[in-house]
Design a protein. Structure first.
Length: 107
């Protein structure tokens, strides 16, 4: 194998490695986003529960509207979480499908 062919193969290998690293970083960011959204949902739900208890105790409509608002926000974020859950799966499938033969021996 000539020097140019070996150099070309090494460059292709490093390019694949960079793409793989980029996809892994994207997957990590999506997982981090999912965790943040999940903590937001948990805090919104707990706040909504507190407002629901206050509404039952005091029979004030303002607490009930806050309760409904927090529940709605939590529901929207949970829909966003399901979208975010699918993206890492798609990225990992993309990573697996793009994985060609191993270049460790060539590099």
């Amino acid at each position: 194998m000539s020097y140019l062919e070996a150099e070309k193969q090494r460059m292709e290998c490093s390019a694949r490695g960079r793409k793989r690293k980029l996809l892994n970083n994207e997957i990590g960011e999506l997982q981090k986003k999912k965790r943040c959204l999940q903590t937001d949902i948990d805090s919104l739900t707990s706040s909504a529960d507190e407002y629901a208890e206050k509404a039952e105790q005091t029979l004030q409509v303002s607490w009930m509207t806050k309760f409904n608002s927090f529940r709605r926000s939590a529901k929207e974020k949970s829909a966003e979480v399901t979208d975010v859950e699918e993206q890492p799966k798609q990225k990992s499938q993309e990573l697996k499908s793009k994985r060609m033969k191993s270049c460790w021996t060539a590099c």
